[in-house]
Design a protein around this ligand. Structure first.
Ligand SMILES: *Cc1c(COP(=O)(O)O)cnc(C)c1O
Length: 417
C-alpha cells in the first residue's frame, strides 16, 4: 500500500484545475439544457475572497453533479463535469487498489450517501444478479448477517424483499457461531432459500468486532450454493487495513466481492461520503435503462449527488499520504490500547478487536450516570444495557480518558467495599 502525500498547494491546484475542466455555469459556453446551476448567490456569493484558498468550498459553490458511476469507462457520464468526475475516478482507484489491493482497473465504484446506501446498493446488485443470471425467484434469496450487524441490513432486506437470516454470535468473542451458521442455513434451505447474499463485517458499529470472511466463504463453498459476500467496512474501512498488515479483507481474497467504506466515519470527511466498491462486471445488474437523459445511464441508488463529496475524500487521503494516514490510525489504536490496559488493572471486562479503536465495556461495571456523563453509547436503549462503548476518535483527549477512568475506578472501589 502506498500513495504519496501531497502539499496543500498541490491539492488546491489539482482541485482548481479539475473545476476548470468542468463547464462553468458562469463561463462563456452556452449551457441551456441542464437542470442544475451554481448555489444561490444571495447567500453563497462566488466572489468571497476566502474561496480562492478553499478548494472544497469552491467545489460546493460551483456545485458539480456526479450523477451515475464514473469508473465504467474513461468517458465522463456528464461531460460538463468531466474534471471533477476524474477526481472521483482517481479516488475509487486509489481506495480499491492501494487500500484494498485490487488488481489494476478491475473495480467499479462510486461515492454513495453513506454506508446505508452502499450496503443496500450491494444487496440490490446481488439480488438482481441471482434473478437475472440464475433464474432466482424473490422468495429464494436470503440475506445472511450476524446479530451484531448494522440495521441497514434489515432495512435493505425490507426494501428489496430479501429473507433475513440472522446469525448468532458468541456473547464474549462476538464471533459468528459455527453452530448458528449451520442451523440457520439448514433451516433456510429447507424453507426453499437457494441463493445467499452474505454480509461480512469489517468491524461492527457496537463492538468493533470483525467477522471471519474465510469461515463464511468456506462454509458457503462447502454447501455448494450460490452466494456472494459483501463486506460492510462502513466503520472499519479506513482504519483496519492500516493497522492490520495481514488483513484478509482485500480484493486479493476471492471471497470479497464488494465493500462499503464510509468516508464520514474514520476518514473524517463531511457526511454524504460512503464509498461503494465492487469487482467489475456486477454493477451492470442495476443499470436503470430508463435513465434516458443521462448519457452514461445510472447504476446508483442515489441519482444526483455532489461532486464536492468525492473531492473531500480525495483531498484527505492525499494530504496525509498512505504513511501519514497509517501513522494517524496507529496512534488511535495506541490510545485505545492504553485504556484497555487500565481496564485490565481494574478487572473491568471489555471486548476489543486489537486493530480497532472501539472498546465495549460490560455495563455492570459502571453506573448509568457515569456512562451518560461521558456520552458512552449503550448496545440497547430498549432494554437494560449489557455493554457501553467507547470510541477513541481523534477528538478524544487523554485528559478526558483519564477523568473517565478515575471515576470508573472510584465506582469499582465502592462496589468492592
Ligand atoms: C455507520 C455504519 C453503517 C451505516 O452508515 P451510514 O453512513 O450511517 O449510512 C453501516 N454499517 C456499519 C458497520 C456502520 O458502522
Amino acid at each position: 500500500m502506498y500513495w504519496k502525500k501531497l502539499s496543500h498547494e498541490e491539492i488546491k491546484n489539482t482541485v482548481f484545475k479539475a473545476l476548470g475542466e468542468n463547464l462553468d455555469y458562469r463561463g462563456e459556453r452556452p449551457i441551456l439544457g441542464i437542470p442544475g446551476t451554481y448555489l444561490d448567490t444571495t447567500e453563497f456569493y462566488p466572489d468571497a475572497p476566502f474561496l480562492q484558498d478553499a478548494p472544497y468550498m469552491s467545489a460546493m459553490v460551483r456545485n458539480p453533479n456526479h450523477i451515475g458511476v464514473h469508473t465504467l469507462s474513461e468517458k465522463s457520464v456528464l461531460e460538463v463535469f468531466e474534471g471533477t468526475q476524474k477526481i472521483e475516478r482517481d479516488l475509487i482507484k486509489l481506495v480499491a487498489e492501494e487500500i484494498f489491493h485490487g488488481e489494476q482497473d478491475t473495480q467499479d465504484g462510486y461515492v454513495a450517501t453513506g454506508g446505508t446506501e452502499a450496503n443496500i446498493q450491494a444487496m440490490w446488485i446481488y439480488r438482481n444478479f441471482f434473478m437475472k443470471d440464475k433464474g432466482a425467484r424473490l422468495g429464494e434469496i436470503g440475506l445472511v448477517y450476524s446479530e451484531d450487524s448494522h440495521y441497514s441490513m434489515p432495512k435493505g432486506a425490507n426494501i428489496l424483499n430479501l429473507q433475513n437470516i440472522i446469525l448468532q454470535v458468541d456473547p464474549e468473542t462476538r464471533q459468528i457461531l459455527k453452530s448458528s451458521l449451520n442451523e440457520k442455513i439448514k433451516a433456510a434451505r429447507e424453507e426453499g432459500i437457494k441463493y445467499f447474499i452474505v454480509i461480512a463485517n469489517l468491524s461492527t458499529t457496537m463492538f468493533g468486532s470483525v467477522d471471519d470472511i474465510d469461515l463464511l466463504g468456506d462454509y458457503f463453498s462447502d454447501q455448494n450454493v450460490d452466494f456472494k459476500i459483501h463486506v460492510d467496512a462502513a466503520y472499519g474501512g479506513f482504519i483496519y487495513p492500516f493497522t492490520n498488515p495481514t488483513s484478509r479483507y482485500t480484493f486479493q481474497n476471492p471471497y470479497m466481492n464488494s465493500i462499503t467504506a464510509d468516508g464520514h466515519k474514520m476518514l473524517q470527511t463531511p457526511y454524504g461520503t460512503g464509498l461503494f466498491l465492487i469487482r467489475k462486471g456486477f454493477i451492470e445488474y442495476v443499470k436503470t435503462d430508463e435513465a434516458q437523459y443521462i448519457p452514461g445511464k445510472d447504476f446508483t441508488i442515489s441519482g444526483s449527488r455532489s461532486g464536492a463529496n468525492a473531492i473531500s475524500m480525495w483531498m484527505i487521503l492525499k494530504i496525509h499520504g498512505s504513511e501519514g494516514w497509517k501513522y494517524k490510525m496507529e496512534t488511535l489504536c495506541d490510545k485505545t490500547e492504553r485504556i484497555c490496559k487500565k481496564l485490565e488493572k481494574m478487572d473491568v471486562e471489555y471486548f476489543r478487536n486489537p486493530y480497532n479503536n472501539i472498546i465495549a465495556i460490560k455495563a455492570k461495571y459502571m453506573s448509568r450516570e457515569l456512562a451518560e456523563k461521558y456520552y458512552l453509547v449503550a448496545n440497547t436503549y430498549e432494554f437494560e444495557p449489557e455493554w457501553y462503548k467507547i470510541v477513541v476518535m481523534p477528538h478524544v483527549k487523554r485528559g478526558t480518558i483519564d477523568s473517565f477512568l478515575i471515576e470508573l475506578a472510584g465506582e469499582q472501589k465502592q462496589v468492592k467495599a
